[in-house]
Design a protein around this ligand. Structure first.
Ligand SMILES: *Cc1c(COP(=O)(O)O)cnc(C)c1O
Length: 402
């Protein structure tokens, strides 16, 4: 087993060696610009087309519905701002949710400064949106519902089919940030009536800096204002010379995900469940954050009572995990997701996100259980509060392991 152990697959994933192999020729002998009208360009264009097919297939989309971007942040910006701007004469209201990724929340805040109205739906203690509250939030000026497929911190999977049905009933566009879900659970854009879907390669063992926005061409086709103007690439929706090696890698990553999903998801679930069972059987005062069952296969977010998450992470110097969301961990504020779920502030500060993926092993799980047990026991040994709890026999708050 190699140290440090990588259990942070929600932040990014290692590139699959098969993906690297597929990409390499497109840096050197096949370096063409896919827009060029000669042999080098045609070769690059054919590779891009193949990748577009593979990316689309993974979510049930046609190749022409895939717009390549620099990643999910750009895809979220393009979807939300693109719809808001183009359909301004039809409405000014967007419905999203308090537990979204910052890429979605900050786009919405930007639009609020430009005169749009945004409803941030609350989530319940599992991180799930309430469909009745969604229905109640919709008004005649609602343009877009943007609700993520699966949460990047606690892994909670949202009821996409129901949300899609509600959007359709009201004639509203439905965007989902599916960055964490793509390749980790089956997703079908048609079944869920999704109009716009954001994804990124580096969360499914592809390279960083390449992503896509699915833009539905089902009637009526969705139109968008571009956020990046220029040479009219990608149907005029996203200009700029295509990142051919990145796109080839993204396509390969999607093809592998599709081929391996039936094997891989049960494997990762088994590892995650072993981690969860190991931690909950060795330590007390643990609380599961996120939905007990409707959750991404590789996700385990645990609140360690009487422990500071940051201290635990420092102690676990040979295990790569996150506390709260990586995007905000520079500031020592409890994560906005845990806050939205109503998790007590001290427990939010004691929360750790474990993210398992394709290349993790049982041996690593057992090692991490041992190391976490060691560190939590050591830190609690220094905690007067924990000692007092043990001494007075304060009943443990309801632990919610499976
Ligand atoms: C990682 C992530 C993003 C950002 O993706 P980038 O490709 O790094 O811009 C957006 N949304 C969610 C849910 C994510 O997990």
């Amino acid at each position: 087993m190699k140290l440090p152990v990588y259990f942070d697959n929600h932040a990014t994933t290692p590139v699959d060696p098969q993906v690297v192999d597929a990409m390499l020729p497109f840096f050197t002998e096949r370096f063409g610009n896919s827009a060029s009208k000669h042999a080098f360009g045609w070769e690059a264009d054919a590779a891009v087309h193949e990748a577009r097919k593979n990316v689309g297939s993974l979510i049930g989309a046609a190749p022409r519905e895939i717009v390549f971007t620099s990643g999910a942040t750009e895809s979220d910006n393009l979807a939300i701002k693109g719809v808001a701007e183009l359909y301004r004469d039809r409405g000014d209201h967007i419905v999203t949710c308090a537990a979204e990724h910052k890429a979605v929340l900050d786009c919405c805040k930007f639009l609020e400064r430009h005169g749009y109205r945004v409803t941030y739906l609350p989530v319940d203690s599992h991180g799930t949106v309430d469909l009745d509250k969604l229905r109640a939030a919709i008004d005649e000026k609602t343009l877009l519902i943007s609700i993520m497929a699966a949460n990047n911190e606690v892994g909670t999977v949202q009821p996409l089919e129901e949300i899609g049905r509600i959007a359709e009933e009201h004639g509203i566009l439905f965007h989902t940030d599916a960055t964490q879900a793509v390749g980790k659970m089956p997703i079908d854009v048609a079944a869920c009536r999704i109009h716009l879907l954001s994804m990124t390669a580096h969360k499914l063992h592809g390279p960083k800096g390449i992503g896509a926005l699915y833009v539905s061409a089902r009637k009526p086709a969705v139109r968008l204002n571009p956020t990046i103007h220029g040479g009219g690439h990608e149907g005029g929706i996203r200009s700029g010379t295509l990142n051919v090696p990145g796109i080839v890698g993204f396509g390969k990553a999607c093809a592998i995900a599709r081929e391996q999903m039936a094997m891989e998801l049960p494997h990762i679930t088994r590892l995650r469940d072993r981690l969860e069972a190991g931690l909950f059987s060795h330590l007390d005062e643990l609380h599961l954050n996120g939905h007990p069952t409707e959750r991404l296969c590789g996700n385990l977010n645990v609140a360690f009572g009487y422990v500071e998450g940051e201290s635990l992470i420092m102690g676990l110097n040979d295990v790569a995990v996150s506390s709260g969301s990586t995007c905000t961990s520079a500031a020592l504020e409890p994560s906005h997701v845990l806050k939205a779920m109503g998790i007590r502030e001290d427990l939010a500060h004691g929360s750790i996100r474990f993210g398992l993926g394709r290349f993790n092993t049982e041996e690593e799980v057992d090692y991490v259980v041992r190391r976490v047990e060691e560190e939590v026991t050591r830190l609690r040994g220094l905690s007067p509060l924990y000692a007092k709890r043990v001494a007075t026999g304060t009943p443990a708050a309801a632990s919610s392991g499976k």
